[in-house]
Design a protein around this ligand. Structure first.
Ligand code: FES
Length: 128
């Protein structure tokens, strides 16, 4: 499951909560720790799935509610529709569009800033 996110560092879109078997996963790198620190929905049982190697059976994960927005194209295709679920900022987990709200052009404006912010987060999450 280990992978890089487009070669740009850790994007945190694979954030999961470990319900059971935290000890059955490989250890957390500093890079993963630092990425989790900037996610507002982070809990003590948070992990990045792509960075967690399962060492033994018995791991149970739960996905954070909502859908992470990865790109402008993701949301552009949905303009004029209502969000079926909360749409979340890919790094902070902040709700960009609440479930049931209309997706508008202004949502794209928010995401333009998001892309910019992701770029700056990435430069901070390189390996120590
Ligand atoms: S897929 Fe990007 S951090 Fe896991």
């Amino acid at each position: 499951m280990l992978k890089e996110c487009g070669g740009r560092g850790l994007c945190a879109t694979c954030h999961v909560y470990i319900k059971q078997g935290m000890d059955f996963l490989s250890g957390m790198s500093r890079r993963e720790q630092r990425t989790l620190e900037i996610i507002t929905s982070c809990k003590p049982n948070s992990r990045l799935a792509c960075q967690s190697r399962v060492l033994q059976d018995g791991v149970v994960v739960e996905l954070p509610p909502g859908m992470y927005v990865k790109s402008l194209q993701d949301i552009e295709a949905l303009i004029g529709r209502r969000a079926q679920t909360d749409m979340l900022h890919p790094v902070t987990g902040e709700v960009l569009v609440e479930s049931g709200k209309l997706i508008a052009r202004s949502t794209i404006k928010q995401l333009e800033n998001t892309d910019f912010q992701i770029g700056s987060y990435m430069t901070k999450t390189t390996d120590a």
